[in-house]
Design a protein around this ligand. Structure first.
Ligand code: ADP
Length: 462
């Protein structure tokens, strides 16, 4: 068992200002989890706390079901690969990989089998006699990986291991790492991997799931595709995907049962499944996000708004058309080869309505995710399950320390009923969206506070 569980993990340095704010994250046995976020968001600190290289200020860290807060790094059964891998210059590849195994006093034959096995796996078996100075950066990085893998830990931690390599090598090493993970799994070896990067493409291609961090908080944890299609908030929407999502704003309008968003005169229909919680936004401004492949440039269609072309880039297999509308620079990604240039005066555009995203301007939460698509923040929770209740109780602001389950449930119902009577402005202030309860179940549509509620809901979903 090599699951890794972070419960309310806090890190503060000397000045007592937290840089990691009580994060909860469950990494499953055998999972490839990527921590991604801009520089300074707390990814490395989190990884180093898992490794035991950084003391944990608060919370509980569990590896393989055992609390390890106070366990020394060497006793955590983990291996770590850093950005600045240090190979022993006077040793050849074989000796470098074998070094840790010799220290662990493994029998000679076992060392030989392991070294040759990982070298074959990483395709460096023809380099076993070489010294590091006679190898390329990619080959050296593979030796560093091999050294970690040969130790057969159950959890592997990677801190930006590819960032010193050139772009082409990074791509091939990325593929090799993914292969390595599945090869180890096929051999029945434990290999939970936790990988830190600031590069969202690396995250999208490597991770089974990705944990997006900002300012020491987890903003969303989900599969790469779900993050791309259903970002929980503007930060995730902007961070994941290249080119970045286009953002502007518009006003929500309602006619009969149909909702539209008016973007400076361009009235874009909002599909029914995206408009479930828009009732309170009618007449108000909201943020609109649309990915470049969901914008279409169309020549001579005067019924559509006009695109004021700024620049076009031809990439061979596709083109990027940059244009201005509503004081915003949009980029459209087109495979149609429209032959549009800066001089084109007859270019119009439309958004794919089923693929627009709407954001609350204050909370920046995505208010257009179809509720059946919210994997981690939408769930019917059975109030009779003991485990859920105290967690929910605290998540919803319950302060008392109630141990009796029946009492806790009745207090919880009371809190939820109270919340249901509140108007949207107050709910927003409380960082909640829609909550109602029936006899045995709490029905939660979108936790408003991605920092805290969201993490608790994802935990409850499992
Ligand atoms: P990331 O890996 O996401 O780039 P880090 O985890 O390295 O970010 O850093 C998170 C925050 O903690 C940053 O603001 C950084 O300045 C701060 N930090 C990291 N190490 C120390 C330290 N030893 N002392 C004080 N602050 C630190």
């Amino acid at each position: 068992m090599a699951s890794v569980e972070l419960k309310g993990i806090v890190k503060s340095y000397q000045n007592n200002v937290p840089v990691v704010h009580g994060i909860d994250l469950d990494i499953k046995d055998g999972e490839f989890m990527v921590l991604v976020g801009p520089s300074g968001c707390g990814k490395s600190t989190t990884l180093r706390m898992i490794a035991g290289l950084e003391e944990i200020t608060g919370g509980e860290l569990t590896i393989g079901g055992k609390i390890v807060n106070d366990v020394a790094p060497k006793d955590r059964n983990i291996a770590m690969v850093f950005q600045n891998y240090a190979l022993y210059p006077h040793m050849n590849v074989y000796e470098n990989i074998a070094f840790g195994l010799k220290l662990a006093k493994l029998p000679k034959e076992e060392i030989d089998t392991r070294v040759k096995g990982v070298a074959k796996n990483l395709e460096i078996d023809h380099l076993l006699d070489r010294k590091p100075k006679n190898m390329s950066g990619g080959q050296r990085q593979r030796v560093a990986l091999g050294r970690a893998i040969a130790r057969r830990s159950s959890v592997y931690l990677f801190d930006e291991p590819l960032s010193n390599l050139d772009a082409q090598l990074r791509v091939s090493m990325r593929v090799r790492l993914a292969q390595l993970h599945s090869d180890l799994a096929k051999q029945g070896l434990e290999n939970t991997m936790i990988y830190v990067t600031h590069d969202q493409i690396e995250a999208m291609t490597l991770g089974h799931r990705i944990c997006v961090m900002e300012d020491g908080y987890i903003r969303q944890v989900d599969t790469p595709l779900n993050l791309y299609k259903y970002p929980a908030n503007k930060f995730v929407a902007e961070f994941i995907g290249s080119p970045s999502m286009n953002f502007t704003d518009g006003t929500i309008e309602k006619s009969g049962n149909k909702y539209t968003i008016d973007i400076n005169g361009y009235k874009c229909n909002i599909p029914e499944e995206k408009s479930k919680i828009l009732v309170d936004y009618v007449g108000k401004k909201v943020g609109l996000g649309v990915r470049s492949e969901h914008i279409h440039c169309i020549l001579d269609d005067v019924n559509l708004p006009k695109a004021d072309i700024s620049v076009t880039e031809h990439m061979g297999n596709e083109e990027f058309i940059y244009f201005n509308y509503n004081n915003t620079l949009f980029v459209c990604r087109s495979k149609e080869n429209l032959n549009i240039t800066r001089e084109s005066k007859n270019c119009h555009f439309r958004f794919e309505e089923e693929n627009i995203h709407l954001f609350d301007l204050e909370t920046e939460l995505n208010i257009s995710i179809p509720t059946n698509k919210i994997d981690h923040s939408y769930k019917l929770i059975d109030l009779n399950e003991e485990y859920h209740v105290p967690l929910l109780f605290t998540a919803l602001g319950g302060k008392e320390n109630i141990t009796d389950l029946t009492h806790c449930i009745s207090r919880l119902r009371f809190i939820i009923n109270d919340l249901n009577k509140l108007d949207r402005a107050t709910l927003t202030k409380l960082n909640l969206n829609v909550i109602y309860s029936s006899e045995n179940q709490v029905h939660i549509v979108l936790g408003k506070n991605t920092k805290h509620m969201y993490e608790i809901f994802s935990k409850l979903v499992k």
